[in-house]
Design a protein around this ligand. Structure first.
Ligand SMILES: Nc1ccn([C@@H]2O[C@H](COP(=O)(O)OP(=O)(O)OP(=O)(O)O)[C@@H](O)[C@H]2O)c(=O)n1
Ligand SMILES: C[C@](O)(CO)[C@H](O)COP(=O)(O)O
Length: 438
């Protein structure tokens, strides 16, 4: 998946693959669709090369990203390999080829810029290569009359339109043929050209309008519209149901994503609500921040809300769930935008846990409940004692306060021990859980 271009023509001031459509970056859309295709092959979406076995082919997704933004891409795409690209698209493809596992013998080269290319298109291209072609490209008939011109812009030829195809990606190849063509090298705007130049045969199959390339600013709007249509959304708000689809908020007309005058609602990818609870001093905020460094998450911290209410004089002291009530609304706003959230609260009672789950249900978000505890009470006490207020107005609790706090046992998805793992290790555990519970 080549994603190392800078998107000069789009002019977004960032690499094009990081531009968002429907709340997600282009590269996330593209990777998601490729993984969905792989998982449809044999239920194996994991990015693990397999041993040679006719029924279970080796499979891996390699994303080629700008060398300047590797950390950002890696944080967005924890489930695939991310490597640095080169100056030209062909350099990036060559880098990707070199990084593929040895067992892989059919290669699909895909532009992250064609982010909405559907999983079925990957399947059709791969099947045509598996059926014997050296190279396969998806293409659509052209609707304009195309002129070939000379250096003075004079028309030298008008090719028969019915024989023309505008080609897309993913383009599929026998690995050996593609590698040989790249070794010969030369300028090319797509990889099939390298095969043609080497005398190989390139087969065109039907392309898909969804595989349009985001190149210029209006293409973003077109992609937004296509995404909404492909998700089966209609003006009436009806939608085709799918496991990864989510539909705005619960309060009609208020929280839906991208509400327009005509009532259109734009679908976003299914967000996740990480409900992170535990007694004060167990390191919830540190873990929330470690998570947010790895994957895109809004961090909603009840301490910030409660301390601010007191600090600004809006409340004398916090006696009830007022901070939680604000946090639920804020989390709901993020989830409605398709953004994932880590809710950082003590979350002590069955009621608060139910309310958090309700927020997720309302916004059709995936939930992971995580409880952080500290099995070493001396260490816990020391951490509570050393804790300093990092929010204006925040009164850090004493150890006695922690011991006296009402806190009911619960059965979260993950119970993590802050005494035995670092925050980064804990964050990895949460991400692993999320990966294995798509
Ligand atoms: N050195 C490059 C140049 C392009 N690409 C990738 O090739 C695909 C098609 O390229 P294009 O649409 O031209 O993207 P950009 O090069 O980013 O666009 P521009 O030419 O406007 O800068 C994109 O997914 C792009 O990220 C790449 O991996 N490495
Ligand atoms: C590979 C490609 O998408 C096929 O149409 C196209 O040639 C890429 O061109 P770009 O100028 O690098 O966007």
């Amino acid at each position: 998946m080549v994603a190392a271009g800078m998107g000069v023509r789009l002019g977004a001031g960032m690499p094009k693959a990081l531009v968002r459509v429907g709340g997600r970056t282009l590269v996330e859309h593209a990777v998601d669709r490729s993984l969905r295709w792989l998982s449809s092959l044999d239920g194996a979406a994991r990015n693990e090369p397999r041993r040679r076995d006719v029924s279970k082919p080796a499979a891996a997704v390699v994303v080629v990203a700008p060398a300047t933004h590797l950390a950002e891409f890696r944080a967005l795409l924890p489930e695939v390999t991310v490597i640095p690209g080169g100056a030209e698209r062909t350099d990036s493809v060559a880098a990707g080829l070199a990084a593929l596992p040895r067992e892989v013998d059919i290669v699909l080269v895909h532009d992250a810029a064609r982010a909405l290319a559907p999983p079925a298109l990957f399947g059709a291209v791969a099947a045509a290569v598996a059926a014997g072609a050296d190279a396969v490209v998806p293409g659509l008939p052209v609707s304009d009359t195309i002129k070939q011109i000379d250096g003075t812009a004079r028309v030298v030829r008008t090719p028969d339109r019915s024989s023309l195809r505008a080609v897309q990606t993913p383009q599929g190849f026998r690995r050996a043929a593609l590698q040989a063509a790249h070794t010969r090298g030369g300028d090319a705007t797509d990889d099939a050209m390298l095969i043609e130049r080497a005398g190989g045969t390139v087969q065109v199959i039907d392309g898909d309008p969804l595989a349009m390339k985001v190149t210029l600013p209006p293409d973003i709007e077109a992609a937004e519209r296509m995404l909404a249509r492909a998700s089966g959304l209609s003006r009436s708000g009806e939608r085709r149901r799918g496991p990864r689809e989510v539909f705005g908020g619960a309060e009609r007309g208020r929280n839906f994503v991208g509400c327009r005058s005509g009532g259109d609602r734009i679908e976003t990818a299914r967000p996740t609500l990480v409900i992170l609870g535990g007694l004060p001093g167990t390191g919830k905020t540190t873990l929330a921040r470690a998570l947010a460094r790895r994957i895109p998450l809004a961090h909603i911290r009840v301490d910030t809300i409660e301390a601010t209410l007191v600090h600004t004089g809006l409340a004398d002291k916090i006696t009830g769930p007022e901070g939680y009530a604000v946090a639920f609304r804020m989390a709901g706003d993020q989830l409605a935008l398709g953004l994932s959230v880590v809710a950082d609260t003590v979350n002590p009672m069955p009621e608060t846990r139910d309310w958090w789950r309700d927020v997720a249900t309302t916004h059709h978000a995936r939930v992971v409940e995580v409880e952080l505890h500290c099995s070493d009470s001396a260490l816990h006490e020391r951490r509570v004692g050393e804790r300093e207020s990092d929010i204006p107005g925040l009164q850090v609790p004493t150890w006695q306060h922690v011991l006296d706090r009402e806190y009911h046992p619960w059965s979260p998805d993950l119970r993590l021990d802050a005494a035995t793992s670092t925050p980064d290790e804990l964050a990895d555990t949460v991400i692993d859980w999320m990966r294995s519970h798509p």
